[in-house]
Design a protein around this ligand. Structure first.
Ligand SMILES: Cc1ncc(COP(=O)(O)O)c(C=O)c1O
Length: 382
C-alpha cells in the first residue's frame, strides 16, 4: 500500500489509522485503493450526512466554486448571509459566527461567555466530566477528561467540571456566583454516546437563567439532523443561549458555526473575533445545501433507521445495550470495541468507536439494504 507508506513517512504521527486507504465513495459505499468495497457506518465521523459525493451537494459546491470561491470576511457574500438567516430561522438563534471546525465553534462560544460575564465580574465556565469539545488549548481545557490534560498544560484558567446528570453538583458549581456560562453536549459523543437526561438539561437551563449565565450547547456531533431533529436541543424543550455546530453542517467541507441567541447576540463587537476562511462561500454553499434539505421527512427517516438498528442489535449476543439518539448510536459490547471495528473493516464495514463502545454514525439516508448488510457484518464480528 503505497499511500500508507508515504503517509507514515510524511504525515504527522497523530492518528492511529485503520489499515485502509480509500480511493472513492458514493452514497454509503466506499472503495479502497485495491478495489475492495465497504459499507459506511461512520460518515467520516458524522460529516457526510447524505453519503459520499452526494450529487446535489456536489452540484451546489461546484457551482459556487466556479462562481466565487473566496473573498475573506472583509466583504459580504450571499451564501454566508443566506445560511445564517436559515440557521437563525430554524433554531431561534439571532446571530451566527463562522469558523472552520467544531473546536473553533466552541472557541467562539467560550469567548462569548467570557465577554458576556466580563463586566459582571464572572468568568467561570462549567463543563461536564467525560465531555469532548475540541483539540485547541482552550477547548481541551473545556473538555472534562483528564487524559487530554496530561501533556499540554498550563491551560487557561476558569473551567469547573461537574458530573453529567447530577443536578446537585451543578447547583454547587453555580453557588459562588462566578459562572458566566455552561457548555455541554446533549449526547456525549466521544465520551461513549451517552445522552443527558431531559430533566437534568432543563434544570441546567433554569440555573443558567437564574444566574444570568449562558447556556451553551455543543451540537458539533449531535447537530444537523443526526439525532432526528435539526438540533438535538429541539427535543429537550430548551432554548439555549449559544449553539455550536460543525461536522455534518458542511456535509464534507470544513465549516463550523457558533450561533448566538437573544441574550448575547451583540456580546461580540467588531474586532472581537475573526477567521480568514470562516464562512468561506464554497463551504457556506455546501452547508446551505445541507441545512435546506434537512426536513421532517429526513428526520422521520432517521427515526425509522434508528428503530431498525435497535431492533436488529438490542438483545443480540455480544451487545449489552444500545445508547444514543437517532443515527448517533453506541453499542456496549463484550469484546474491545477497537478489535470489533478492525474486524468489521476487514469484512467490508466501516464503524467507529467511542471509549469502550462501538459507535455508529451512518448516512441519514442510508438504504435499508445497506443497513441490513452492514448489520450482518457487525453481528458476525460481535
Ligand atoms: C461534541 C464535539 N465538540 C467538538 C468537537 C471538535 O470538532 P473538530 O474536530 O471539528 O474540531 C467534536 C469532535 O469530535 C465533538 O464531537
Amino acid at each position: 500500500m503505497q499511500t500508507k507508506q508515504t503517509d507514515l513517512n510524511y504525515v504527522a504521527n497523530t492518528y492511529g489509522r485503520f489499515d485502509a486507504a480509500f480511493a472513492s465513495g458514493s452514497g454509503a459505499s466506499y472503495t479502497d485503493e485495491d478495489g475492495r468495497k465497504y459499507i459506511d457506518f461512520g460518515t467520516g465521523i458524522g460529516v457526510t450526512l447524505f453519503g459520499a459525493c452526494d450529487p446535489e451537494w456536489v452540484a451546489a459546491v461546484t457551482t459556487q466554486l466556479t462562481t466565487l470561491g473566496h473573498t475573506s470576511n472583509l466583504y459580504y457574500t450571499a451564501p454566508q448571509a443566506q445560511l445564517a438567516r436559515l440557521l437563525c430561522q430554524r433554531t431561534g438563534m439571532k446571530k451566527v459566527f463562522y469558523g472552520n471546525s467544531g473546536a473553533e465553534a466552541n472557541e467562539c462560544a467560550l469567548k462569548v461567555a467570557r465577554r458576556y460575564g466580563k463586566d459582571k465580574g464572572r468568568h467561570v465556565i462549567v463543563t461536564l466530566r467525560n465531555s469532548f469539545h475540541g483539540r485547541t488549548i482552550a477547548t481541551l481545557a473545556a473538555t472534562g477528561q483528564d487524559k487530554f490534560h496530561a501533556h499540554f498544560g498550563p491551560f487557561p484558567e476558569g473551567f469547573r467540571y461537574v458530573d453529567a446528570n447530577n443536578p446537585a453538583q451543578l447547583d454547587e458549581a453555580f453557588a459562588a456566583g462566578d459562572v458566566c456560562g455552561l457548555l455541554m453536549e446533549l449526547v456525549q459523543g466521544e465520551g461513549g454516546v451517552i445522552p443527558l437526561e431531559k430533566s437534568y438539561v432543563q434544570h441546567a437551563a433554569q440555573l443558567c437563567s437564574e444566574h444570568d449565565a449562558l447556556l451553551m450547547i455543543d451540537e458539533v456531533q449531535t447537530g444537523n439532523g443526526r439525532t432526528g431533529s435539526l438540533y438535538a436541543f429541539q427535543q429537550y424543550g430548551i432554548l439555549p443561549d449559544v449553539v455550536t455546530t460543525a461536522k455534518g453542517l458542511g456535509g464534507g467541507l470544513p465549516i463550523g458555526a457558533c450561533m448566538m441567541g437573544e441574550k448575547c447576540e451583540f456580546t461580540l463587537g467588531k474586532g472581537d473575533h475573526g477567521s480568514t476562511y470562516g464562512g468561506n462561500p464554497v463551504c457556506a454553499a455546501a452547508a446551505l445545501n445541507v441545512i435546506s434539505r434537512l426536513n421532517e421527512e429526513v428526520f422521520e427517516g432517521v427515526k425509522e433507521r434508528e428503530a431498525f438498528i435497535r431492533k436488529e442489535l438490542e438483545g443480540v449476543r455480544g451487545v449489552n445495550g444500545v445508547t444514543g439518539m437517532g443515527l448517533m448510536l453506541g453499542l456496549s459490547v463484550d469484546k474491545p470495541a477497537g478489535e470489533i471495528a478492525a474486524a468489521c473493516l476487514k469484512d467490508g464495514l466501516m464503524v467507529l468507536t467511542a471509549h469502550e463502545k462501538v459507535r455508529l454514525l451512518p448516512p441519514l439516508n442510508i438504504s435499508f439494504e445497506d443497513l441490513r448488510q452492514g448489520i450482518d457484518i457487525l453481528k458476525k464480528n460481535l
